[in-house]
Design a protein around this ligand. Sequence first.
Ligand code: UD1
Ligand code: UDP
Length: 376
Amino acid sequence: MQRELIVLSVFGTRPEAIKMVPLVRQLEHAQGIRSLVCVTAQHRQMLDSVMAQFALRADYDLNLMKSGQTLTSITTGVLEGMEGVLQDCHPDLVLVHGDTTTSTAAALAAFYRQVAVGHVEAGLRSHDRYSPFPEEMNRVLTGRLATLHFAPSEGSRENLLREGITENVHVVGNTVIDALRLMVHDGYRFHDPALANLPLDEGRWILMTAHRRENLGAPLESICRAVLRLVEDNPEVHVVYPVHPNPRVRQTAYAVLGNAARVHLIDPVEVEDMHNLIRRCDLVMTDSGGLQEEAPALGKPVIVLRTETERPEVVEAGLALLAGVEEEGVYAAGSLLLHDGETYHRMSHAVNPYGDGHASEKIAAIIQEYRRSLPD
Ligand code: UD1
Ligand code: UDP
């Protein structure tokens, strides 16, 4: 009989956790697989919130997060921490997700021990090495290190093919849709009092998030100024903005929007509240990757607060507008969606370019197939 395959899933930030938990749950029930989890805790509170929501416990916790952490300190912390974890549990396969510094450093640590790597959400590319930074290079490097590639869309598969990565590339959809299926309910009541107390039945609601490194400072300030003008010029509009805990994000968001009427700055909310909040809002403005996938799946138009996107499917399908980060562009995109009913209607029909919500099952089946292909 073939021995068990030990699969170690490694993640460290909020979005990786949200997108990996549905897969970890599948692997826990998959025959012939022993599933282990290592969190780097590149994020602490936001990671713990997701772990608690899904009642998932980690087998290993590198507890890395520091205020003011740098890319170098995260990378070296993951490399050094992973060495001990890999020596301890001897995995056959390490799974990483997306484009964070945790994923690339964990993939490299696995490579140094000649352990195969599976890359979930593989093949996204903006084709600009400095935007998003450092994520574009992180995902290119992880793509080179990985043996199994789980691409969310045909476009991401083609990106890998163009880079000469032709073997073991599987289009499976995005596990974020699996997470949404678990989280979104009719008649949902918010847990967080900061959401439960919002007058969501009055007026029109914009859900906003922004945190990207390349937007810190002047671009985020321009974005916030545009949002302020939108609220001032449209008395029926409210904005809810769960602000990322990065002090550089908080400083700008509170400085520009802290005293604005009908702008509700709140702390990050747990994922179930967030997914149901997307559904209750009219429009999403964001520089987040995950929200560009979730909002279209829930029929909400997205204004992307960036100059490029690695998720062209949503722009091509007419579900998102790439607004850039200049005040005028963001203001114009917001005004268009608030005043042009036809455009709003066109952009808000639920089409989901990222699969049927069964990506985790597909990945688990491919990993089982991989196990069968290995020598005894
Ligand atoms: C990281 C990822 C980015 C991802 C984002 C999701 C990298 C280089 N960046 O960026 O790809 O889109 O996560 O949110 O991998 N903090 C807390 N508590 C938390 C989390 C963060 O206080 O739970 C604060 C800390 O001060 C920390 C800072 O935020 O130093 C920045 O965190 P970091 O992971 O370095 O960068 P992000 O911008 O979150
Ligand atoms: N999210 C959340 N609570 C919040 C803000 C975001 O649960 O207060 C979720 C969001 O729905 C998405 C993910 O976090 O699933 C996106 O994370 P983030 O924007 O931090 O990272 P990115 O997707 O840009 O890498």
